[in-house]
Design a protein around this ligand. Structure first.
Ligand code: B12
Ligand code: SF4
Ligand code: SF4
Length: 384
């Protein structure tokens, strides 16, 4: 067996031994969907994620990231551990956190494993090489790379899909100047199915294989830092961090395997947590609870914004006390969304809470939200 082939084979075995669930090699080459990526940016579908257009050229050319790059080792790591038990899912006082965020922060876990794999490669390779390791946050089109490396196909929901693994897995890569033996892409297995496109609550797919991030609940609950636009609040339902709907409905996830890796097992209270206690969380409690967790990305104010919206979506007067506490939060962003939520619940208790909050409120945006909520509440009364 020629040396490169043997090294590639051993590298793949080592990647699995380290804990990755799939591994493949992509040759550095022009990306087949480069124009689609440019068009996506051109139409502003990245929203406020300015870091993406800033590194547009690097994302499209690995040689601009690692000069002389010839191969990209692409790895996948499963994170699905269980599904949400029906009784928790049906409990409207609870919110839903996307599965990827139940365990430890995958960036840290996977980077360490990829560094271990790179160290192994450095020891075994006859020639010295240059390389960079990335998980999610680097200037790489990770799904495109994984598709070229034969890990799966890009589904209509834009997820990298695998017949063996489904789609609940993370991606990471080593871009290297080494010339390894490249894999072949696999064919598309979506067929005539459109379940993901039909299930999206916000209609975020303008067409198959394209996602308008500005409409996606994952973007709206995690990446977008300011207010949640009014038109999306009801559609957010009980999703308080990320969204798994277009994966939950996918037939390829029905029998996909679970992982028993300790890092990705759910941290206490993250599988469908109760909403009201989250609303009462102090800054310190937030930092303590979500240290080393993907949830820290939204920051406390972003998470509580989402929790307020979901409390409103319960339409349950029992949520009024938690929201009234939210009206006293130091963050105007939280108070604004708590006001909206009280307006959505309506009724005497919610109206009184809004009026009490109004007397001490000094922020113009929050006052406007309170006034809108009071109008909405009185309209609801008229309709009853
Ligand atoms: C920005 C971003 C987001 C944005 C935008 C997502 C998007 N679809 O564009 C938001 C915040 C919405 C998001 C959400 C999620 N994300 Co995200 N996200 C990223 C990030 C950082 C960049 C993605 C990007 O470049 N988007 C630009 C678009 C144009 O590229 P793309 O998504 O790869 O889409 C490809 C297809 O559209 C394809 N294409 C275009 N036209 C056509 C036509 C045909 C016929 C075909 C076949 C393909 C095709 O070309 C594009 C380029 O390859 C990547 C990490 C990375 N560095 O790549 C993670 C990443 C894609 N996200 C990931 C995850 C887990 C999620 C969520 C599941 C989290 C959650 N549960 O809330 C959701 C899933 C939503 C969804 N359906 O995509 C994983 C996906 C793993 C996988 N199996 O695919 C990644 C790879 C992170 C990681 N390292 O694991 N994410
Ligand atoms: S993650 Fe949710 S909101 Fe985003 S595209 Fe998928 S179903 Fe739609
Ligand atoms: S739900 Fe259907 S169309 Fe969507 S990714 Fe899965 S197989 Fe493809």
């Amino acid at each position: 067996m020629p040396a490169t082939e043997a090294l590639t084979d051993q590298l793949k075995r080592e990647a699995r031994a380290i804990g990755f669930d799939a591994v493949g090699i992509a040759r550095v080459q022009p990306y087949p969907h480069a124009d689609a990526f440019r068009a996506w940016l051109g139409r502003g579908m990245h929203g406020t994620m300015a870091y993406i257009p800033r590194s547009e050229e690097k994302r499209l050319d690995a040689d601009k990231v690692v000069p002389g790059a010839r191969s990209i080792v692409s790895v996948a790591k499963l994170y699905r551990t269980q599904d949400i038990p029906d009784d928790l899912r049906d409990d409207r006082e609870r919110g839903v956190i996307a599965r990827y965020a139940w365990g430890d922060d995958y960036h840290d876990v996977m980077k360490e494993q990829l560094n271990e794999l790179r160290a192994w490669l450095e020891e075994r390779s006859a020639a010295p090489f240059d390389s960079r390791v990335y998980v999610d946050s680097g200037p790489v089109l990770e799904r495109e790379v994984a598709m070229l490396a034969g890990l799966g196909w890009i589904g209509k929901n834009t997820m990298l899909m695998s017949r063996e693994l489904g789609s609940y897995f993370f991606l990471g890569e080593i871009i290297t100047t080494l010339g390894l033996v490249a894999d072949e892409p696999v064919t598309d297995h979506c067929g005539s199915c459109t379940k993901c496109l039909d299930a999206c609550p916000t209609d975020a797919f303008p067409e198959p294989y394209k996602l308008d991030a500005r409409k996606c609940l994952s973007y709206l609950t995690i990446e977008r830092k300011g207010e949640m636009p009014a038109g999306y609040r009801e559609l957010a339902g009980d999703n308080i961090f990320g969204c798994d709907i277009c994966q939950e409905v996918c037939p390829w996830n029905r029998k996909a395997p679970l992982t028993d890796d300790p890092e990705y097992q759910p941290r206490e209270g993250l599988v469908a947590p109760e909403l009201a206690p989250l609303m009462a969380m102090s800054d310190e409690a937030f930092r303590e609870r979500f240290r080393g967790s993907p949830l820290k990305r939204s920051k406390r104010r972003g998470l509580l914004r989402n929790v307020a919206v979901s409390l409103g979506n319960t339409c349950d007067p029992d949520a009024v006390p938690a929201l009234e506490a939210g009206m006293a939060d130091a963050e105007p962003l939280v108070r604004r969304h708590a006001a909206w939520a009280l307006g959505r619940i309506g009724g005497k208790g919610a109206e009184e809470a809004l009026r009490r909050a109004r007397t001490g409120e000094g922020d113009a945006d929050v006052l406007a939200e309170i006034d809108d909520a009071l109008t909405q509440g009185s309209q609801q009364e008229d309709d009853r």
